[in-house]
Ligand binder design. Structure first.
Ligand code: ADP
Ligand code: MG
Length: 719
């Protein structure tokens, strides 16, 4: 990853935030930064440990933000210039200090476990009670020493008038000490730290899936400069550089192959592991693997601008798109502490049982509520990105899981998007060759699949390339350009402005062909007929959608009804033809107004407004198309329709894990609090069980790191 502060937006800065081990911490840091005057908005990321702050530069600087972070109890080290910020000696001292702390922690853990065994043994009458012979002040010292970080954190927060989840528990520990139960006090603080550790493990697990993803890009690149080969950090390569990749190496940039042959495994980008052959002229992507051959590549996009870099950033930022579940859980977590405090107080006042009240304070940590959702979402989003499925946040996962309507673009989505020119029909004195030559010239700068078909046909007939000026494309309509001083337009029937097309056009359309009209200075001079074939996997993909209970499937297309209907009939779905981009948006709105959750699958470039309007806009074949990635809520990196059902299955599975996480935490808390309040759960057991929800969440969410059991259609729904 490039330097975190290098994003070029003038009013957004990114700062590291270290020490956030729990989702509540995110809320704390967020509000601390948001309260700094001059800050417009702030997003804090648990997984990447950073804050992205939008601010008014004239009113506030980095330093103020850093202070706010530190005052909230977290660290924000200044970004260092050199690769080795700490000198050798300092690093060594640091190393020694870390070792020392590790040894102390281990000793403390050992002591805690032995003490727990002794107290349990005493309680069960296995041996004579020994702990009461130890003076209380020694117990107090032990509790202080063993729980040092906890006490410090609680006091620090208390001084700023803040109550944290440990505040209540440490009050419980103090109460136990006050009534002479020093082993209980010591064990409560001991298990508080075990709980912290469990939480840290859980958070790290969530972080790991993103770190694993980031690690797929090579850190360095071999570049040719003045006939020399030099090795550079990958983000220092410049567009236009010649990059050299040897067999077995990962490609560091997006670019075009200049020389050499290799077989390329693009699984990191597309999830597709069948290798592709790359020869001169081929497009290659950063983070893909070159096998069996060397390549010389002209770098076109580097670092964060590569397809992989973009994916990575979108995945990192996905955390900010919190869904409803997470917002609810966050709100619940803030209510949780006062509720527990009230139950503890009531237990003490009504039942006079101080130890039961202590047990209530320690039985559960509010953190599990806050972690239940993001841990699962992050694991799932990270794992999906590795399979070529990009999901931009929890909000998207929720909508995907809920969706009951799928709308598809036709050209390039439902069809292969590689139309062929089948007929050229002159309508004036110009002959076939002239019509095609003019059309190809006008289409020279268009990325539309139909434009490619026209250019391809012209090239096949070795027609001379004609220069064109003043190129202009209208999405859903066509293109216009100036050629030899005259205006040439190519596009849909709408270009005719209501003039009747010739009868021959109908014959061609009845064959399911898409027609392009060629106009010279506003007068129709010819018709080009093209044919596109549906993707081979389309029937299976649609069947898989039906199997998922999604029966409302429609094609939205700018093509004419005859061609669209022919295709839709074959696939057993409905078609809406003759739509301009804004008509597609209206069609989506109509479904939404009827209460449907709509997925729109399109090509991202042409369909950006429709993708934005849908509850989930999905760009297909997004690899190598940064615009498409930006426009959509989710993306299939490859051109494979059957990845859509896989994406939906992934989302549903994630929601099942999230619901289980939350359900488990709620049930655990209700049972725990009830038993504790009734005095049926001694404080030391309550404390020992405290990290159970965290561990449960971690284990359950780890399931999402594995791909879903089946990606094939027809098979039963995965559970
Ligand atoms: P779809 O909705 O099927 O993907 P588009 O909205 O991309 O189709 O385009 C709709 C129609 O507009 C096409 O069928 C074609 O007639 C015309 N069109 C769009 N772009 C071009 C272009 N670059 N060249 C020629 N015709 C175009
Ligand atoms: Mg299209």
């Amino acid at each position: 990853m490039a330097d975190a502060t290098s994003r070029d937006h003038p009013d957004i800065i990114e700062m590291p935030v270290l020490g956030m081990d729990c989702a509540n911490c995110v809320a704390t840091v967020r509000s601390a930064i948001a309260h700094v005057p001059g800050v417009t908005s702030v997003e804090v990321y648990l997984a990447t440990e950073k804050a992205s702050v939008k601010l008014d530069r004239s009113r506030v600087g980095t330093e103020r933000i850093r202070q706010a972070i530190e005052r909230a109890g977290y660290r924000s080290p200044a970004p260092s210039g050199g690769p080795n910020p700490t000198g050798g000696a300092a690093a060594e001292a640091d190393q020694a200090g870390r070792l020392g702390r590790k040894a102390l922690t281990l000793l403390g853990a050992l002591f805690g476990m032995v003490l727990f065994a002794v107290v349990v043994g005493e309680g069960l009458g296995l041996f004579a009670a020994v702990t009461h012979r130890v003076p209380r002040w020694i117990g107090a010292l032990l509790a202080l020493a063993l729980g040092w970080p906890v006490w410090r954190n609680v006091v620090r927060n208390a001084l700023r008038g803040r109550i944290v989840s440990h505040t209540l528990m440490s009050m419980g520990a103090l109460a136990a000490l006050a009534v002479g139960q020093w082993p209980t006090a010591v064990l409560v603080v001991f298990f508080m730290r075990v709980g912290d550790y469990a939480e840290r493990l859980t958070t790290n697990r969530a972080r790991r899936s993103l770190k694993d993803l980031a690690a797929l890009a090579p850190p360095t690149a071999r570049v040719e400069r003045d006939d020399h080969e030099i090795t550079l950090p990958a983000e220092h390569v410049q567009a236009g550089d010649t990059v050299i990749v040897r067999p077995g190496e990962t490609i560091p940039v997006d670019g075009t192959v200049l020389a050499g042959h290799a077989s390329i495994d693009q699984a990191t980008i597309t999830g597709e592991s069948a290798p592709l052959d790359a020869e001169p002229g081929a497009q290659v992507f950063a983070a893909t693997l070159a096998q069996l051959g060397s390549l010389r590549i002209r770098a076109e996009r580097v670092g964060a601008d590569t397809t992989f870099g973009q994916t990575l950033r979108l995945v990192e930022e996905a955390e900010a798109n919190r869904g409803r579940t997470q917002r609810l859980a966050d709100r619940f977590a803030t209510w949780y502490l006062p509720v527990v405090a009230a139950i503890a107080l009531a237990t003490y006042l009504l039942r006079g049982d101080l130890l039961a009240a202590v047990a209530v304070t320690v039985v559960a940590c509010s953190c599990a509520f806050a972690l239940a959702t993001p841990v699962a979402m992050l694991a799932s989003i990270g794992a999906a990105a590795k399979r070529g499925l990009l999901i931009r946040g929890g909000l998207v996962i929720e909508a995907l899981a809920r969706a009951d309507t799928v709308l598809l673009d036709k050209t390039g989505t439902l069809t292969r998007g590689e139309p062929e020119l089948t007929d050229v029909l002159p309508l004036s004195t110009l002959d076939e060759t002239e019509v095609l030559r003019l059309a190809a010239a006008a289409e020279r700068d268009s990325e539309h699949p139909l434009a490619q078909a026209v250019r391809h046909a012209a090239a096949e007939r070795s027609l001379p390339q004609t220069p064109a000026d003043a190129f202009e494309a209208t999405p859903g309509l066509g293109v216009r350009a100036t050629i030899d001083g005259r205006t040439v337009s190519v596009g849909s029937i709408r270009m005719l402005n209501g003039t009747q097309p010739p009868d021959a056009a109908e014959t061609l359309q009845a064959q399911g062909k898409t027609l392009l009209y060629v106009l010279l200075d506003g007068a129709a001079v010819g018709i080009l007929a093209t044919r596109d074939t549906p993707r081979t996997e389309a029937p299976a993909a649609l069947a898989a959608l039906h199997a998922l209970g999604i029966h409302n499937i429609e094609v939205l297309t700018g093509d004419q009804p005859a061609a669209a209907q022919a295709l839709a009939r074959d696939l057993g779905i409905t078609a809406h033809a003759g739509l301009l981009p804004r008509d597609k948006v209206d069609a989506i709105k109509r479904h939404q107004a009827r209460g449907h959750t709509v997925i729109m699958l399109g090509d991202g470039v042409n369909d950006a407004p429709a993708l934005a309007q849908a509850d989930v806009g999905i760009a297909m074949g997004a690899a190598g198309s940064p615009v498409a990635l930006q426009a959509a809520h989710a993306a299939l990196m490859t051109d494979q329709l059957d990845r859509l059902p896989e994406l939906i299955r992934t989302a549903r599975r994630t929601m099942r894990v999230v619901r289980f996480n939350i359900g488990f935490t709620i049930v655990y808390n209700i049972i725990g609090l009830t038993l504790a309040a009734l005095g049926l759960l001694p404080p030391i057991y309550a404390a020992a069980l405290q990290s159970l929800p965290d561990l449960g969440i971690m284990a359950n969410s780890a399931r999402l790191l594995r791909p879903p059991r089946t990606t094939a259609p027809h098979t039963r729904r995965d559970t």
